[in-house]
Write a protein that binds this ligand. Sequence first.
Ligand code: ADP
Ligand code: MG
Length: 448
Amino acid sequence: MDSRPSDDKAAPVAQLVAVTKSYQTAGGHELKVLENIDLAVSEGEFVALLGQSGSGKSTILRCLTGLIEPSSGRALARGKSLVGVNPEASIVFQTFALYPWLTVEQNVAVGLMARQIGRKERDAAVDRAIEIIGLGNHHAAYPRELSGGMRQRVGIARALVSAPKLLCLDEAFSALDVLTAENLRQELVSLWRGPGKGLSSVFMVTHNIEEAVEMATRIVVLFPRPGRIGLVLENKLPYPRDTKNPEFQRLVAVIHECITTMALPDLPPEVPVQGQPISRARSRMESIPLVPVGQILGLMSILNDSPELSNIYDISDEIGREFGDTIAILKAAEILDLIDTPRQEVRLTELGRRFVAADRHDRKAIFAEQVFKLRLFHIIIALLDEHEEVESARIVKDIASALPYDNPEKTFETMIAWGRYAGLMDCDAKTGMVFVPKEEDAAEESKV
Ligand code: ADP
Ligand code: MG
């Protein structure tokens, strides 16, 4: 099988060259998701791609494996243009369909469906994959009889049964409990390092920083909007890796800081304009994190109740959310000037303190005042100054041209949710018209 010329061996197993990717959103707007991505996975490498939710990680994986085509740039396999799905690659998704009416064995055999091979050979491959992934006693079990961890093993066995050179994992451990996930991670690393299994390279998409540092030889951090390569780190720590090792912790801290600094930059204070309130979001059109008001309120009360929670990691632990989600909530509170985030610290601002202490009515007033300072909202506010009601489609179009790298429909929904809490605007779900709520309606709304 391995009769390829040897110069092919030197070329990366899979590679993206200057790849961009745009999608059409539900409303027909073009959204640029990836920009100028150069990324290669070479023989023997374990590459982890880290990034916040929505930054474009899965899109990169799909381009790299040939599931989708880039809008521009090239996907290569062993140095040659990739046509269709890369035959050397297998993919494990976070959640994937096991057929409930098929046994473990039959579900694993699905991974060989595209191959023209004899029954004997197939059975042997299935047995081997099941053995490798530690499902030896479950050949005849049905998915409903298995735990979540076991099911994920079936998914990995299905990916391994075709003896891929390159295994691609998309958040493959994120739906599992902590211990099961850790166990599977270690097994997967042994499998990749072990001799004679054919698996030479792994490409893993994850939002879990520790997971990346524990497993990968190279870590690539994707910056969002549009997705672009932000940081590349070689990880030479010996296996098995010890999370307590100072170098391990240093790498985790470097990546944390990189992501935080990118998402929550410490901007120099703006020069105040006479007669206008100061807000860093005022002078330029800035996107807003797609965070419900309830989560901002929740964060504020946790910060108020637990003043000892002053750094991002502790807050992330406390609210039980992944790092990227936590950053989004913090960023929302920050652009409203309710908190300040110098370095990795988080502090309530003076206004934030007043906000937490205020009653419902005053909170709403403070929120409204802050929302009013965000330039993005003036797209809507200006239109509502002129018209009693405005079509949401028109607003979405304006948002799309103001913020080309954000999903305009989702941004619009979040703006309306914030604006509704603030009593500044609302949208009639039936007619799609945006309007200024009457005082009493708004008062009613804010009680919910
Ligand atoms: P990640 O895996 O990092 O969470 P994705 O690659 O899934 O990110 O998505 C990146 C962006 O592209 C998101 O804004 C997502 O909504 C958008 N997107 C992904 N797939 C499609 C699609 N088929 N059509 C339109 N937009 C999409
Ligand atoms: Mg994804």
